[in-house]
Write a protein that binds this ligand. Structure first.
Ligand code: MSP
Length: 504
């Protein structure tokens, strides 16, 4: 079994501050990475910023700044957001980093030498805002880009081209595997590109200068996608400074997961594999292409001016509650929504009424009936004992498929079962009738299931996790999957009655 894990997010354009859509991808990557760590993997988590291109050049000009000063300011805000959202990345790559620039130039030279890149002319409908030549399907009313609704321009210029057309067979074989998820995105790529005429890709520009120059022909700058996609290996030291990290995390022993939003699927599932194959490098195990967060029916995006700022949500509620909403309420296979009403409803139902309520009523009863010291009794014959073990299994099974929402669902179901059990067994009656042995069993099994719930939610609720554990008298260093299954962690005296996840 592979025991290294490498996860990446797209590198985001610093053409403005980030919104909930970007927080979505990055939170998913963070949650999966934390889970993999819990599961014993050596992990590497990469995110960053995609700083070159015409759009950034124009934005900087609008702000009377040189491009680097302009992006420096915005990248500070990116890092501030990731910090507030408890995103535990290992590396933040900027495409203006010198090591990245050198690697991209070396990659370009290698492909040029292999004649996989050649000089030609390129003409097409081009969206400046998305840095993308458009296909027929992406054009609205002969004038606009269907996604961002901006007007495109037509232009022709000298350009180096990547021979994507040579890779039809390679791509057809690749698309017969499960490397791209979900299935409908795979079909879309096959129908629109791979099974059609597969065109070569324009990879340089001469009409702007804010980019990485081609060493062999410096009036060309390397256009955004070869520059951007290469970040995933330059960050590991490919052809550069840290070959050991590259050996560790781009080796066959590594499980490589790349999470993206659906609008950049073509670049990641077609051009990126072509580049890797051309360099004789392995491919990622999985490209997970998630849906969009919509606002009404449109994609939430800076260019449509309909964004929600995650920093506002964190300041108003909390980082954990945003991480929870993203992880649970926005499953990756479909588009989702983010509104105040949906957010509050999910928080109250799942965190306040289910998990928070279960922890506080159980710990209160342990304090009330046993002075906070849980008697150690055998609980294997308790009806809700086995559900705990089953939950661990189904949680891991879903997480291993990167289905975070489904994993959380199994944990929440365990919470519901426990709350239901309390209503049915009525521990307060057991106390009244002096059935203290049974009461000890009931509270023990509830306590065990609560510890399971807390541990399984710990990659998501990273700030509350310790508070929850403290409330049930367990030290965080005491639990891992093994001690959890054997119930072999130590339980201290419970004293804490703080209410977790107060209702909004
Ligand atoms: N710079 C390129 C990516 C290069 S990766 C080698 C880019 N940047 S971006 O700033 O536009 O970010 C796009 C990514 O942000 C999407 O792929 C997705 O991860 C996230 N999202 C932006 N808006 C989104 C939604 N409304 N909904 C969900 N995710 C969205 O493209």
């Amino acid at each position: 079994m592979k025991k290294n894990f490498y996860v990446t997010t797209p590198i985001y354009y610093p053409s403005g501050n980030l919104h909930i859509g970007h927080a979505y991808t990055t939170t998913l990557a963070d949650v999966i990475c934390r889970y993999k760590k819990m599961d014993g993997y050596k992990t590497f988590f990469l995110t960053g910023s995609d700083e070159h291109g015409q759009k950034i050049e124009l934005k900087a000009k609008e702000n009377n700044l040189d491009p680097k000063t302009y992006v420096d300011n915005i990248v500070k805000n990116f890092k501030h957001l990731w910090n507030k959202l408890n995103i535990n990345y290992d590396k933040f790559i900027r495409t203006t980093d010198n090591f990245h620039i050198e690697t991209v130039q070396k990659i370009f030279s290698t492909l040029l030498k292999k004649d996989l890149i050649y000089l030609s002319k390129y003409k097409g409908e081009y969206c400046i805002s998305c840095e993308e030549f458009l296909t027929k399907e992406q054009i609205l009313d002969n004038k606009f880009h269907v996604v961002c609704k901006n007007e495109f321009i037509i232009f022709e210029q000298d350009s180096y081209m990547l021979r994507v057309s040579k890779f039809k067979e390679f791509l057809t074989n690749l698309f017969s595997t499960n490397f791209l998820e979900p299935e409908n995105r795979k079909k879309e790529m096959l129908n629109n590109f791979i099974n059609n005429e597969l065109e070569d890709l324009s990879v340089t520009r001469v009409n702007f200068s804010w980019g990485i120059p081609v060493i062999e022909d410096p009036k060309h700058v390397i256009y955004v996608w070869i520059d951007a996609l290469s970040n995933y290996i330059s960050a590991l030291g490919y052809l550069n400074n840290e070959p050991q990290v590259m050996n560790d995390f781009w080796s066959e022993e590594t499980e490589v997961l790349q999470i993206i939003g659906k609008e950049i699927t073509r670049f990641h599932s077609i051009y990126w594999p072509v580049i890797l194959k051309s360099l004789d490098l392995r491919l990622p195990d999985k490209i997970l292409s998630h849906g969009w967060i919509l606002s009404k029916n449109d994609k939430m995006s800076k260019s449509l001016n309909n964004v929600i700022d995650p920093v506002d949500v964190i300041n108003k509620y909390s980082s954990d509650s945003l991480r929870f909403y993203i992880s649970y309420n926005l499953p990756t296979y479909k588009d989702g929504s983010f509104t105040d009403e949906l957010f509050i409803e999910s928080y109250n139902n799942n965190l306040a009424n289910n998990v928070g309520n279960l922890i506080s009523r159980t710990s209160n009863m342990i304090i009330k009936y046993f002075d906070g010291m849980l008697p150690n009794v055998d609980i294997k014959d308790e009806p809700i004992y086995l559900i705990g073990d089953q939950t661990i299994k189904s949680y891991k099974c879903s997480m291993d498929k990167y289905n975070i929402s489904e994993s959380i669902d199994s944990v929440l179901k365990l919470g519901q079962e426990c709350n239901k059990y309390i209503e049915e067994i009525r521990p307060w009656d057991l106390d009244k009738n002096n059935q203290m042995d049974k009461l000890a069993k009931v509270l023990n099994v509830l306590h065990r299931n609560i510890v399971i719930i807390i541990y399984l939610l710990s990659p998501i609720l990273v700030e509350s996790c310790n508070k929850m554990l403290k409330q049930v008298g367990v030290d965080e260093n005491e639990i891992n999957f093994e001690t959890l299954l054997n119930s072999s962690y130590k339980i201290n005296k419970l004293t804490d009655r703080e209410i977790l996840f107060k209702r909004i």
